[in-house]
Design a protein around this ligand. Structure first.
Ligand code: MN
Length: 439
């Protein structure tokens, strides 16, 4: 699975890609869709390298050898490329690596000579969703989150009996998914209220959820399930995902059919899709507690046990209005790891398709809130404030039980492993605006 593109020593002629703390060294090469900010030009596919974006449309015009590989990518269509699967991704990755490498070659010299036409600084680029997201499904693989939240909603039965057998999920809504930088008004909703009748008002318990987003690449035909190897091969890559949640609305509406308006008003993802190849050095064993039920055969494979999990360090940062006014940067409020997820990405896809449901290129799967076992690893305010009972202190002295207007929530993620170059996801930021006034 590892090749020359994973060499920790490899560097790029794009010097910012060699900074030790960059999210986008030459070993990463994530894909996104961009244009120059303020320009009315067409969206196109780019690759993050250091603090720059490599423009694949410009590259296709420059390099005929790479142009053949790009196909629909050169027209700004990521979905068509996603459907091709692993071999196409690897071919593109090899070509990008060679052209961007500090190692001298004809290709690298050609690209370097045309750097002015090929590269756009990231701070001059405007990002949009990386692909067309036809369907969005949100899972619930964070067992610590499920247990803590279950205790708040159902003290008598925190973890329902199906949790350890079936990857729990619900169908979300794709129309309101936005890219980092998304700003949305505090949603209105119906809540139980204090009196005899429910109340319709702006939510008072607005929260975030720290999740990983996984994109489907290779589709399966209707009626054709995926085995575990096919599910793994169908995965395209990952982003960070914030599943904003109105907890008071959720508590009132969620039974018997699950989340509805509490979660479909906004979902924010990071702009860059980190490919499965970039994540390869960070795969980890899937270990199920021997005292827990073991996965049914359709959710089990030797490869999945050996390296089905992915070790991704995840973080939540918050910048309040007051911090912004004082010129203070965002502060970190929690950190956890995707390695603690109860199910692996391949298990989620295999389960999703197990009834014959067809998955399509660009479909997005949320992992569910990733919280660790410690209180400081909680991936939502619902957990950090113990259901809103205990205000949570921010570093500047402010407190939060739930989000206030003006709060900007930033998710960050990165991967580190012995012998591998650190890679990251870039920011996934979203800001809460005041509720829209209505009669
Ligand atoms: Mn969620």
């Amino acid at each position: 699975m590892l090749d020359f593109t994973h060499s920790a020593e490899a560097t790029s002629w794009v010097l910012s890609a060699n900074a030790p703390d960059t999210d986008f060294p030459i070993q990463n090469l994530p894909l996104g869709r961009f244009r120059r900010a303020g320009a009315k030009e067409a969206w196109r596919i780019g690759v993050a390298i250091g603090d720059q974006v490599l423009d694949l449309a410009a590259l296709g015009q420059l390099d005929p050898q790479v142009a053949v590989l790009l196909g629909p990518l050169a027209q700004g269509d990521l979905n068509g490329f996603m459907a091709h699967g692993r071999a196409a991704r690897i071919a593109l990755r090899h070509a990008l690596f060679t052209g961007l490498s500090a190692q001298p070659s004809g290709t690298a010299s050609l690209w370097r000579a045309k750097a002015g036409a090929l590269l756009v600084p990231q701070d001059e680029a405007e990002m949009t969703l990386p692909c067309h997201i036809g369907d969005y499904t949100d899972f619930y693989t964070g067992i610590h989150h499920a247990t803590t939240v279950g205790k708040l909603f159902r003290p008598d039965a925190p973890l329902l009996p199906n949790y350890k057998w079936v990857p729990i999920g619900y169908h979300g809504r794709s129309s309101s998914i936005g890219v980092s930088g998304q700003r949305f008004p505090r949603p209105w909703g119906q809540t139980r209220g204090e009196g005899e009748s429910p109340v319709f008002a702006p939510t008072r318990r607005l929260d975030y959820e720290l999740e990983l987003g996984m994109f489907v690449g290779v589709p399966n035909a209707p009626g054709t399930p995926l085995d575990m190897a096919q599910a793994e091969a169908s995965l395209f890559g990952a982003t960070l995902l914030n599943d904003w949640s109105a907890r008071d609305v959720q508590a009132w509406e969620y039974q018997p059919l699950g989340p509805f308006l509490a979660k479909n008003f906004a979902t924010t993802i990071s702009p860059w899709i980190v490919t499965m190849e970039a994540l390869a050095p960070f795969r980890a064993p899937f270990e199920r507690d021997p005292l827990d039920p073991q996965p049914l055969p359709y959710l089990d494979s030797a490869t999945n046990r050996e390296r089905g999990a992915i070790a991704i360090a995840l973080e939540v940062w918050i910048q309040t209005n007051e911090m912004r006014a004082q010129g203070q940067a965002a502060v970190r409020v929690s950190a956890s790891s995707f390695a603690d997820a109860y199910w692996t990405p391949a298990q989620l896809l295999a389960h999703h398709a197990s009834n014959g449901c067809n998955l399509q290129p660009g479909d997005l799967m949320g992992s569910g809130t990733q919280s660790g076992s410690a209180a400081s690893q909680a991936g939502s305010l619902l957990e950090l404030s113990q259901g809103g009972k205990l205000p949570f202190a921010l570093a500047n002295g402010e407190t939060r039980t739930f989000l206030q207007d003006g709060d900007c929530v930033i998710l960050r993620g990165h991967c580190e492993a012995e012998g591998a170059r650190r890679i990251g996801f870039g920011d996934c930021a979203g800001t809460v605006l005041p509720a829209v006034e209505r009669g």
